[in-house]
Design a protein around this ligand. Structure first.
Ligand code: HAS
Ligand code: CU
Length: 583
């Protein structure tokens, strides 16, 4: 095995394109993040309150949908081709799904960015804008382009999954009886979870929101479309996390100089995510009216089980790191920590991401408690939580991994390793300051998703001034860190030497391999069937009761969608002409 670009030149091109698109989205989302942080903390305001919601939508969609998912399809393509040691089955298919994802995100981006125009143009009968935030809850309505772009993007990811399954089936035929290599197993379980989860959002977009924005149906049932969003909305967080875990399981032991502690345990973790990620989404809706408390209680119970795969991950990854440290001569109960490669930006970045995730995970547990959630829901506590989770556990892992991946897919040596180390340290410091202040502001009652949060008869600045200053300071440090990240990546692309010194693309064998795990773990059909049953149990009754109460397409709208009405009329006239009723 040489570097990735040596062994898989065509696939390296795809992975590079996915990463570069991801970096562009990171830059756009990061700029939006700085603008909104300085605005809502009243440090520096140069946009108006309405534009704040365009900025917030850009921040959310570009970062949590586009940056994360473009990066992960690059990681998954690398993981499948490397671990199966075979290229993709048909590079045209691979190019097609990346093209669909790119077109879809461009359409959605056009709708979002048009929101910045004084007078956004009107296209297809409605104003081109999408100030709907990343959750695009109705009754907020976006331009049809936004919904169509989102649907095309999701179809692109579906095709990507089919591409990786094709490689797997072809490999399986040539290697009968072989256990699925762990990285491929992780990709496939994640994609099965994704197929199940995206059924919710694609139904909501194609059956309700897009026809509604086109005027084909007059209104939607907001509780229904919100619930279908969260059917997808919680599992999507694991769609971001599971590739980060794949990197923790495969890269961290490698960089620590050791080997993964347990392949079987890693398989159990990914199966638990496959089973439990979707039937918990209602834990985002504890305060939503129209959903019975019993259904919320089921979501909470499932959520508590969902802590298990992450807690197992903490154990397995730390055990693997310790093994690596001891191979380097580390000793003692904790002395081995000193033997780890702390100066390496890839290793340090992922460890910082993991440490921050410990805090993010525990704030997630607070969120998950139905009663205590009443205290934090819709407050700044929640953005505090997700800047620790997707904003660091995932984003910092992806940035740290880029310092290894970019040389692998370009063949160029990393330029600015020490700057890269400073970057990951700055991110760790910035997020600690910002997210801590966000959590505290949330407990003080500061609302999220609010351009200029001030209350009447409440001395806002004295209560929130210090916390807002910390949020602004932390956010600014993150932007400096982001600039360093782009500086290292650009310097590598421009000046990185192709001196052949990029290390080989090798994933070390685990200490306890697949042969130690029951074959049933690889029975993806079984786990998929159980996952589907759990989703049916968790969602049939809530969705049925929401639809029966509020209607699929609410009361007061024409019995037939408006577009059908004229068509019926035209048909009637044609018949009347044909039968001579009308001369
Ligand atoms: Fe969450 C809201 C509950 C994990 C992202 N979450 C959100 C939103 C986002 C988000 C974006 O129950 C806001 C959505 C919106 O706009 O409204 N979340 C949880 C729970 C977990 C959790 C129980 N969230 C995530 C992850 C995310 C993410 C992962 C993105 C990647 N979250 C909620 C709830 C809400 C919510 C409610 C709704 C709140 C509301 O009211 O709106 C769990 O998965 C967490 C389990 C994790 C742990 C930590 C284990 C520790 C590990 C590493 C330790 C590190 C060590 C150091 C030991 C228990 C794995 C060594 C280093 C290493 C590298 C290992
Ligand atoms: Cu959730």
């Amino acid at each position: 095995m040489g570097t990735y670009i040596d062994d898989f030149p065509a696939e390296a091109k795809i992975v590079r394109s996915a990463f570069y698109t991801s970096f562009v989205m990171l830059a756009l989302g990061g700029i939006a993040g700085l603008i909104q942080t300085l605005h809502r903390t009243d440090v520096f305001r140069f946009i108006d309150g309405d534009t704040y919601y365009t900025v917030l939508t850009a921040h959310g969609v570009f970062l949590v949908i586009a940056f994360t998912i473009f990066f992960l399809v690059g990681v998954f393509t690398w993981a499948v081709t490397t671990s199966l040691d075979r290229g993709v089955e048909n590079i045209r298919v691979t190019q097609t799904w990346l093209g669909l994802m790119t077109v879809g995100s461009l359409l959605a981006a056009i709708a979002i960015l048009a929101g910045f125009m004084e007078e956004p143009p009107s296209i297809l009968g409605s104003e081109l804008s999408a100030d709907v935030l990343f959750t695009f809850y109705a009754p907020l309505q976006a331009h049809p382009l936004f919904y169509a772009g989102f649907a095309i993007f999701i179809v692109g990811t579906w095709l990507a999954g089919a591409d990786w399954f094709r490689s797997y089936f072809a490999w399986k035929k040539e290697n009968p009886g072989e256990r699925t290599p762990l990285p491929t197993f992780m990709v496939l379980t994640t994609m099965i979870m994704w197929y199940i989860a995206t059924l919710g959002i694609v139904t909501s977009v194609l059956v309700f929101l897009l026809p509604w924005s086109l005027g084909i149906i007059e209104s939607v049932n907001p509780t229904l479309t919100r619930t279908l969003f969260w059917f997808f909305g919680h599992p999507v967080v694991y769609f971001w996390l599971m590739p980060a875990y794949l990197l923790w399981y495969t890269m961290l032991p490698k960089f620590a100089g050791g080997r993964l502690f347990s392949d079987p345990l890693a398989r159990v973790v990914f199966i638990l995510f496959l089973l439990l990620s979707t039937p918990v989404g209602i834990h985002h809706q504890y305060l939503d009216p129209g959903i019975a408390e019993g259904f919320k209680f089921v979501a909470m119970t499932n959520t508590m089980f969902l802590l298990l795969p992450s807690l197992l991950t903490a154990f397995t990854v730390v055990a693997s790191i310790e093994h690596g440290a001891r191979q380097r001569g580390g000793e003692g109960r904790l002395g081995w920590l000193k033997a780890l490669p702390w100066k390496d930006p890839v290793f340090a970045g992922m460890i910082f991401a993991g440490l921050i995730f410990a805090a993010g995970g525990f704030s997630g547990m607070i969120n998950a408690g139905m009663n205590i959630n009443y205290l934090v829901h819709n407050t700044m506590w929640v953005p505090g939580h997700f800047h620790l989770t997707v904003g660091t556990a995932v984003a910092l892992t992806f940035m740290a991994a880029s310092y290894w991946f970019v040389p692998q897919v370009t063949g160029k040596q990393l330029v600015g390793r020490s700057v890269a180390f400073v970057q990951v340290v700055l991110w760790f410091v910035g997020i600690t300051i910002m997210a801590n202040a966000m959590h505290r502001a949330g407990l003080e009652g500061q609302p999220r998703r609010t351009a200029e949060p001030e209350y009447e008869f409440f001395e806002w600045s004295s209560a929130m001034g210090e916390l807002n200053a910390q949020i602004a300071l932390g956010g600014t440090i993150l932007v400096v860190s982001l600039l360093l990240f782009f500086a290292v990546i650009l310097a590598t692309l421009i000046a990185g030497s192709r001196d052949g010194s990029v290390e080989d693309n090798v994933i070390p064998e685990p200490l306890s391999g697949p042969e130690d795990s029951p074959a049933v773990l690889d029975n993806l059909k079984l786990w998929t069937a159980i996952a589907v049953v759990l989703v049916i149990l968790a969602y049939t009754l809530p969705l049925a009761s929401i639809a029966s109460r509020g209607g699929l397409v609410p009361e007061g709208m024409p019995t037939r969608p408006m577009v059908v009405e004229p068509l019926v009329l035209y048909a009637q006239v044609a018949v009347d002409y044909a039968t001579g009723v009308i001369a």
